[in-house]
Design a protein around this ligand. Structure first.
Ligand SMILES: Nc1ncnc2c1ncn2[C@@H]1O[C@H](COP(=O)(O)OP(=O)(O)O)[C@@H](O)[C@H]1O
Ligand SMILES: [Mg+2]
Length: 252
């Protein structure tokens, strides 16, 4: 099973929400590792982990193994390699050398056999951390906010992906694009969906994640949506997305 990176250079498009809830949905019947690669550490706090002893920063600088930094969460089958604010330091210390950009990939080799799925929550902006995430991933899930300018940001993302494919990770491919924060009742949302599907065709997941206040509330309780509001529209959407991810991952 692949290492799935959740990536988009744009902030606020639903990357962390997707990484956390996709990982939690997959954990309903698999062993899943969520890797938090963002100094904001929203995925870490989103699964209820506060003040972890070791973080991904310690792993990237070679102080501890990934295995030692991983902590279990309250969700059965879901584990997290946590981040903290000091990861912002790594973003500055790392350069564009092959050595520095393959740190995460090398760090995950040791833990990979212990999990059925690894989901990486990437930071916004393009830098050494994001590139580490792209180099470590086999497949990408690209969240796209269902708004008027949705297609503008994605061109830069596609260029970055092509650059990584042409260099350190030729095997990288897009598993799918997922529309997030859609307001199905508005004409705008429907138009954006039509546009994106027209442009990317089969690459776009059938599942559209609706704007759902439960999804925005859950992180402040340190819970994935399935613990916080299992019957919500948000929970239904991420369960469906996980099914599609499993189907596509199995197809290869
Ligand atoms: N489907 C959704 N419905 C409502 N709020 C959402 C949804 N997805 C994300 N959000 C909220 O939007 C904000 C940005 O989402 P986030 O997942 O943190 O994006 P990113 O990781 O790309 O910066 C957060 O406050 C989050 O709670
Ligand atoms: Mg985020």
């Amino acid at each position: 099973m692949p290492i799935v990176g959740v990536s988009n250079q744009k902030g606020g498009v639903g990357k962390t929400t997707t990484a956390v809830n996709l990982a939690a949905a997959l954990a309903e019947n698999r062993r899943v590792l969520l890797v938090d690669l963002d100094p904001q550490a929203n995925a870490t706090s989103g699964v209820g982990v506060v003040d972890p002893e070791h973080t991904i920063y310690d792993v990237l600088v070679g102080e501890v193994s990934a295995r030692r930094a991983v902590v279990p969460t309250d969700t059965d089958g879901l584990f997290v390699l946590p981040a903290s604010a000091d990861l912002a330091g790594a973003a500055v210390e790392l350069d564009a050398s092959e050595d520095d950009l393959t740190l995460l990939r090398k760090a995950l080799i040791g833990v990979r056999p212990s999990y059925d799925f690894i989901v990486v929550d990437a930071p916004p902006s393009i830098g050494a951390l994001t590139l580490n995430g792209l180099v470590a991933s086999d497949r990408l899930v690209v969240p796209l906010q269902a708004e008027y300018y949705a297609l503008e940001g994605i061109a830069a993302m596609m260029e970055t992906i092509e650059r990584v494919q042409g260099g350190l990770n030729p095997a990288l491919s897009i598993l799918g694009i997922v529309l997030t924060m859609a307001d199905g009742r508005t004409r705008l949302s429907n138009q954006v969906e039509e546009n994106v599907r027209g442009h990317f065709e089969g690459l776009v997941f059938r599942t559209v994640v609706p704007r759902n206040v439960r999804l925005a509330e859950a992180p402040s309780y340190g819970q994935p949506i399935f613990a916080y509001a299992p019957a919500s529209y948000g929970a239904q959407a991420y369960r469906q997305l996980a099914e599609e991810v499993l189907e596509r991952a199995a197809e290869g």
